[in-house]
Design a protein around this ligand. Sequence first.
Ligand code: 2NL
Length: 343
Amino acid sequence: METLVQKIAEYKAEIKNYIAQKSEEAEAFRIKYLGSKGVVKDVMGEMKNVAAEKRKEFGLLLNEFKLFTEAKYEELKNATANGEEAAAVGMDLTLPGDPLPVGTRHPISLVRNQIVSIFQRLGFAVAEGPEVEDDWHNFTALNMPENHTARDMQDTFYISQNPDWILRTHTSSVQVREMEKGKLPIRIVCPGRVYRNETISARAHCFFHQVEGLYIADNVSFADLKQTLYFFVKEMFGENVKVRFRPSYFPFTEPSAEMDISCLICGGKGCNVCKHTGWVEILGCGMVHPNLLENCGIDSNKYTGFAFGMGVERITMLKYQIKDLRLFSENDVRFLRQFSGAV
Ligand code: 2NL
């Protein structure tokens, strides 16, 4: 009896530690312990050798052993059935899943979307056009005829197959195309990539991104231009940002202005970013030159309009305090990943 009790205890320890990776191993367990010639049956057969007065006690022990073995078998059977496929490829289903490699939006896309959505809320529609343009839509229609000095500042890239084709230097060319359609009023923003033949540095690149805007209708005034851009600045940079307009010159607008905002870094006190002036330039704007309207078949006595243009890189650099424009096109994920939280 004593040896039998000990034997059962040893079997129990063995059973407790039994591991099955596959359903075949669970089945092997069943055959070994619960089969017709298995351990449980074998131990039960010992009953006849137990003294009569100990039989009840031994019976209880045997029964408990049988239930214990059966429970273990159920456990092994279920575990191997569920994990069969996983076990076959050596997979541990209890491990947490691998994170999906989700990318992040590019900071230029983030800021462009923000700019566009602010103007969309004011009723501006989005218009897009080709990056390879002809001379008319990029320069001549915009009051910049051949040999105009303003072309000098917008030197670009030429397409060798056709001397009339260039990479656009601004998205004004898209606005010219919209004006030529002759459907008025026009209220559009034109986001897109533009090109200039510049020496690459921390502040200039041979391509950048613009959002230009155009509003042409009856009685559009400079006051409308100011109010629209005030709204844009407050939405983009916050309520407390101050705005000022400085007179300027563009061939396509008259009068023309540049708009500054109070420096976001020093709040107007003076720092490196604002070159100690307290102000930073963010865009150019003005009333559409009547020559442009006429070039596109719009009656300049009946219609007036305003236009503006801004560089997305510039706004992004101010917003996120980025000091070198080249970071935007180097595809260094250490830089790009920093915008994963931005929307
Ligand atoms: C700048 C200045 C500007 C415009 C763009 C424009 C377009 C048409 C007619 C009149 Cl179709 N004007 N665009 C006007 C003033 C300034 O951009 O510094 N951009 C980065």
